[in-house]
Design a protein around this ligand. Structure first.
Ligand code: MG
Length: 378
C-alpha cells in the first residue's frame, strides 16, 4: 500500500479575491494557482491527488486530470468539511494529506518534514510562529470594545498540509456527522482524542485569500539594457539627460545627440521587448531632425504606460574623458526623473573616464550604458 494520498481542498469560490472567477484559476506566469499546487504533490511517495473541486470549475479541472495519472476528481460540498468528507471516500493509502488549494507555494522541505513526522508520530500539522504582536479582543455587535495583549510566543498559526492516518480521519469525519470545523486538526483531536504533532511550516506557504495576495503573486519584474555612442564634434551643444553641459564640443547626430537619453530609451524598450529607437524614431525621417530627445523619451514613457508597466529604476553610466560631469549629475538625475515622472531616487546616473583608453578616452565620442527595471505592479 502506498503511504500517502492528498486531498486538495478547492471547493471554494475564492470570492474574497474579487476576481469574478475561482482564485485557483488565477494565471501566475503561464500556469494557474491550482496547477502550481498540484505540482507540489507529484512526489514518489504520493499515490493519489484527490481534487475536491467546485462544480463550476469542472471543465478546467477535467483538463488537469489528463495532465497527471495521480489526479482523481471529486465534487466538493457546500462547506469545506463536506468537501473533505466527500473526498475521503477516495482515500485508501496509509496516510492522507489535507491541503488548501490556495497554498501553492508550500516549500518542498515543509511537505517532506510533514510526511516524515507523520510516519514517526502518527500525525503532522504545519505551524508558524506569529511575527506580529497579538491582542485578544472583546466585541459587541461586531465592534471591538476592548483588547489586551497576549504573549505571541504562546500562540502559533496553523497551516496546511495536515497529515493523518487515513482510517482515523475517516472515523473522525463519520463521528462529526456534518458538523463544521475550520481545520482537520481540530476535528481529529476532538473525535479521536489524540493530540496532533506539530511540524514547523514556512511563511512562504501563504494562503492566497485577498486581492492584494493575488496582485503580489502575479506581479513580475522586467529588465532591459541599452547602449549608445555618438561622435564629438565642433559647433554642437553637448546635451546629456536634457541638460546642456558647457563644453567645447557637442555630440553629432540626426537628433540633438543626447546619448544618455538614447541609451535609457533603448533600456526601457528592451525591457518591454519592443524594437530599439533606431526602428521607432528612424534618422531617415526629417521630423526627427534636431529634435529634443526629451520629446522622444516622453513618447517611450507613453509606451510604458500602454503596456500597463511602471518604471522601478533607471541607471546609466556615461563614459566620457571630458568634460568633468560630476557637478552636473544631480541636475541631470532630477531632470530625467521629472521627464519620466519618477521619484528622484529611482534614477541613478554615474560618469566615468576610460583612463584615456579607446574612443571615449581619446575624446572622439561619448558612450552610455543603461539598465532599466520595470514592473507590472501598477
Ligand atoms: Mg543615439
Amino acid at each position: 500500500m502506498s503511504k500517502f494520498d492528498v486531498i486538495l481542498a478547492c471547493g471554494g469560490s475564492g470570492s474574497r479575491c474579487n476576481l469574478g472567477y475561482n482564485k485557483l484559476l488565477l494565471d501566475i506566469g503561464g500556469m494557474t494557482l491550482l496547477q502550481k499546487a498540484l505540482s507540489l504533490f507529484y512526489h514518489e511517495d504520493i499515490d493519489k491527488i484527490i481534487i475536491a473541486y467546485n462544480k463550476d470549475d469542472l471543465s478546467v479541472v477535467s483538463q488537469y486530470k489528463d495532465e497527471h495519472k495521480k489526479i482523481v476528481l471529486c465534487e466538493g460540498g457546500t462547506t469545506r468539511t463536506q468537501s473533505i468528507a466527500n473526498a475521503l471516500k477516495y482515500a485508501d493509502s496509509e496516510y492522507v494529506i489535507i491541503h488548501d488549494g490556495a497554498r501553492a507555494f508550500l516549500p518542498k522541505k515543509c511537505l517532506e518534514d510533514g510526511m516524515r513526522d507523520a510516519i514517526a508520530y502518527g500525525t503532522s500539522v504545519l505551524y508558524t510562529p506569529s511575527p506580529d504582536s497579538l491582542r485578544q479582543i472583546k466585541t459587541e455587535n461586531g465592534a471591538i470594545i476592548s483588547s489586551f495583549p497576549v504573549d505571541r510566543n504562546a500562540i502559533i498559526k496553523i497551516q496546511t498540509p495536515q497529515i493523518f492516518p487515513t482510517d482515523e480521519l475517516k472515523q473522525a469525519y463519520n463521528l462529526a456527522a456534518g458538523s463544521q470545523y475550520t481545520d482537520d486538526a481540530t476535528l481529529y483531536e476532538y473525535f479521536i482524542q489524540k493530540p496532533v504533532h506539530l511540524t514547523l511550516g514556512s511563511p512562504a506557504n501563504i494562503k492566497v485569500t485577498t486581492p492584494e495576495d493575488c496582485k503580489a503573486i502575479t506581479s513580475g519584474v522586467l529588465v532591459g539594457n541599452g547602449w549608445d555612442t555618438h561622435r564629438l564634434g565642433e559647433g554642437r551643444k553637448l546635451i546629456l539627460g536634457g541638460i546642456e553641459v558647457p563644453h567645447t564640443k557637442g555630440l553629432i547626430a540626426h537628433s540633438d545627440g543626447d546619448v544618455l537619453i538614447h541609451a535609457i530609451m533603448d533600456a526601457l524598450l528592451s525591457a518591454m521587448h519592443e524594437r530599439d529607437i533606431g526602428v521607432l524614431f528612424p534618422d531617415t525621417d526629417d521630423k526627427y531632425k534636431d529634435i529634443s530627445s526629451v520629446l522622444l523619451l516622453k513618447e517611450v514613457m507613453k509606451l510604458v504606460k500602454s503596456h500597463s508597466l511602471k518604471v522601478r529604476s533607471v541607471t546609466a553610466v556615461i563614459m566620457a574623458q571630458k568634460p568633468k560631469l560630476s557637478p552636473y549629475i544631480p541636475a541631470i538625475q532630477k531632470n530625467l526623473a521629472d521627464i519620466m515622472e519618477l521619484d528622484e531616487d529611482s534614477v541613478s546616473i554615474s560618469a566615468t573616464t576610460t583612463e584615456k583608453l579607446g574612443m571615449a578616452g581619446r575624446e572622439e565620442g561619448i558612450s552610455v550604458s543603461s539598465v532599466a527595471v520595470l514592473c507590472d505592479c501598477v
